[in-house]
Design a protein around this ligand. Sequence first.
Ligand code: MN
Length: 448
Amino acid sequence: MYALNATHSQDLISWVESANQPETDFPIQNLPYCVFQTSDNPASIGIGIGDQILNLRACAEAGLLSPDFETVLQHVNLNPLMALPPVQQSQLRKRIVELLSQGSPEADKLASVALVPQTSVDFLLPCNIGDYSDFYASVFHATNVGSMFRPDNPLLPNYKHIPIGYHGRASSIVVSGTPIRRPVGQLTPAEPGTAPTREACKLFDYELEVGCFVGQGNQLGESVLIEDAESHMFGLTLLNDWSARDIQKWEYQPLGPFLAKSFASTISPWVVTMEALAPFRCAEFQRDAEDPRPLDYLASDTNSQFGGIDLQLEVYLLTEQMQQQGFEPQLLTRGSFTNLYWTFAQMLTHHSSNGCNLRPGDMLGSGTVSGQTRDSRGCMLELTWDGDQQNALPGSQRTPIKLPTGEERKFLADGDTVIFRGFCESNEHRRIGFGICLGKVLSATQAM
Ligand code: MN
């Protein structure tokens, strides 16, 4: 696990003025990676700093970085960089802090050859995501959703022993800003014994999640020990695991989610590194006294003490009417990543524990981040639900979300934009943010 070092110091300031503003997501202590392009520049790896991007390929070409990084920075995805051992990741971060710090002798040169305003670029996916697995790590989400789908048996007996997950779909992961088409699918028959219908999803939902990118991989047939799991984690991104609840209800048994999830998932363009997150590590979730202890392969002292991440997450909704009438996006949810029953180290360890090889750039989804209170529920399925098991899904008795235009939502409507934000803050350290993860819902098409 990364230790605190000089790159985390609150005293650091940058010659990039916007990075010193208190509200910025990207102070010099953060330095998240992205891949971007502009009309004049081919795709390049970059680093977020204030409202700018530092073009790392341009830095390498100008001879400002160690030749060790030249090859990985020629790529148009982060995968080869992600595969580097943590000690090298740290060296690169240290050098970038030197270059961007106030007083850097390279400031003028960088400002002219390597700095690009974020508003002038198109973001690409940060890496080739070979595989994506989605977990179910919030016990509050699992209990709420379980009680809707299985009123008699909300939390299955395996939940507190295994980080539950399924293999998601990597090909349909898109970068923030990409419009999301409402899917068409088979829905539960209106009457038992009759045929299902095939129509546009009516219960369209988002899921507030965090994605963890694998750094160094493991060989097929070998497993990652819990003590080493953090050294296989490169960084985190915001993840919206769009979900078609009505399609899900009909298709999910016995093998789990399929087309209700695979039509699209959105990630933020930014990857906040595990090293940047070092000041915000915290103890794992406090299990109830009567809960089972995890089996040995999922437990370590380091994971117990520092496996958690004190990361705040927010969901905002902006409808087309709100936009037309000049309203700001409305906050729907404020949640905390500390509510997860399982840590990413436990998820990664469990994933590889059968010898399954994880590769640089693979993504693990945390599962919907929901807390105990209503205002910390991470999807509409939970937010608008009143605990009435008989009206678990469409339910006339759902309590709609009220919006400033007088509109109401039980699930997402066409034209709605969903925006996630995330940030870490504490008194002792500079606040760092995750940028935004945004998607607008388009109407279903006949073409499907
Ligand atoms: Mn999910």
